[in-house]
Design a binder for this molecule. Structure first.
Ligand code: GDP
Length: 389
């Protein structure tokens, strides 16, 4: 599936940078182009895979290239004022080659949190291609203001996109790592999940042909449930010497060859992907739609295994709308990606909203009491001191 990526704010830009990096390393060709939008000049400078010609600095007259300081209302305002610049850059892309847009942002900050829903709304207004969002939730320890920003942005963003894929930093942070190193590895993990999913059907340049292809329409139909999506992933290294391209291309006989090993490997991989750590942890039963992609060398891609895994996921989620297919790649790994779309039982979102409501209440109360305290401090009571003017 061919995507145009638009990363907004620091996290948005860095995640898009990581996806482009994955795409180049794997030679999968699922990214048609990538754009980074920011209010902070220094954040744009840090991007390695998005050239200056694909960067848009918004809000220059208002914030002078210094960012919006986690104020997402300001982020939304300045992005709306300068959205024409973003759209004219999108207009330069070969839109006829694009199957969908993916707008990426961290929801806890200011620029991405406020700007991403604005850009998504404008894209949907102009283009007929689906517009998907990828929203990153802040970790719990980032504090109240980030949580409030995220809750407000989440509510707005989900309404402006055809589907919002959610990634929860809290479920992915690692202890003992610096924030930067931590984000680096988190972003690479996220890029791999999205990469395997969206490059299915595009091939890896080796010429191998899938038995049951996952094409763009399969992904689009899965995401057509709207609402929120989460992605699971699991992989296993094959215990054998790496085979040459010829044997990889011969593939397709996995079921006959190995007496069921390939079938079992795939069913257990898909179970691990769906029941392990999801990008947004949630209850998978009740999901509206699902898609299973199994990537690996064709000679181990068991069709029966994928069918069994699909049936298992149908039982587990309680929906019959589970699509599936294989994705032959020249690799010594087999990987399964499970996309679950239309998930509603998400305790993390409810928790985020509860903290956000509390924070909002505290902020309002503080604002009122601060105003009263300042009056108190400045007032000299009956012994009036005259102000200068
Ligand atoms: P903005 O530039 O104003 O949009 O704000 P940031 O993108 O810097 O931060 C917003 C949120 O994104 C933070 O609260 C973090 O939760 C998250 N974040 C920042 N950088 C990264 C990153 O590189 N990867 C991930 N996964 N999350 C990030």
């Amino acid at each position: 599936m061919k995507l145009a990526l638009i990363g907004i704010g620091q996290a948005g830009g860095k995640v898009v940078d990581a996806i482009v990096d994955y795409e180049r390393r794997t030679n999968t060709g699922f990214v048609v182009d990538a754009i980074a939008v920011n209010t902070a000049r220094s954040d744009l400078r840090g991007l390695r895979n998005i050239p200056e010609s694909r960067q848009v600095l918004v809000g220059l007259t208002r914030v002078k290239g210094h960012g919006v300081g986690a104020d997402n209302e300001l982020g939304a305002e300045v992005t709306a004022e300068d959205v024409g610049e973003v759209l004219s850059m999108v207009d330069d892309l070969p839109v006829h080659e694009i199957d969908a847009f993916l707008v990426v942002a961290g929801l806890g900050g200011g620029t991405g949190s406020g700007g991403a829903p604005v850009v998504a709304r404008e894209l949907k207004h102009i283009y007929t291609e689906p517009v998907y969002g990828l929203g990153v939730l802040p970790a719990r320890d980032e504090g109240g203001i980030y949580t409030l920003n995220a809750a407000r942005s989440f509510q707005t963003f989900v309404r402006e996109v055809d589907n919002l894929i959610v990634f929860d930093n809290d479920a992915w942070r690692k202890t003992g790592e610096s924030l930067e190193a931590g984000y680096g590895s988190i972003n690479a993990e996220l890029a791999r999940r999205l990469g395997v999913l969206f490059s299915a059907g595009e091939g890896d340049g080796s010429g191998a042909v899938a038995e049951s292809v996952v094409d763009a329409s399969e992904i689009i139909n899965t995401l057509a449930s709207g609402g929120i999506s989460t992605i699971g992933y699991a992989s296993v290294e094959l215990d054998r010497p790496k085979r040459g391209l010829l044997s990889r291309l011969s593939g397709g006989a996995a079921d006959a060859e190995d007496g069921g090993d390939s079938t079992n490997r795939i069913t257990s991989l898909v179970r691990r992907a769906a029941l392990g750590r999801l990008t947004l942890p949630c209850e998978i039963s009740g999901a509206e739609r699902g898609l299973v992609v199994v990537a690996g060398p064709p000679d181990v891609l068991s069709r029966r295994g994928i069918e069994r895994a699909r049936t298992w996921l149908e039982d587990e989620t309680g929906t019959m709308e589970i699509r599936g297919g294989d994705y032959p790649v020249g690799s010594n790994f087999v990987a399964a990606v499970v996309l679950l779309s239309g998930v509603y039982d998400v305790p993390r979102v409810k928790e985020l909203q509860a903290v956000a409501i509390e924070t909002q209440r505290d902020m309002l109360a503080k604002r009122e009491s601060s105003a009263a305290s300042l009056d108190d401090l400045i007032s000299t009571g009956d012994d009036r001191i005259e102000p200068l003017f």
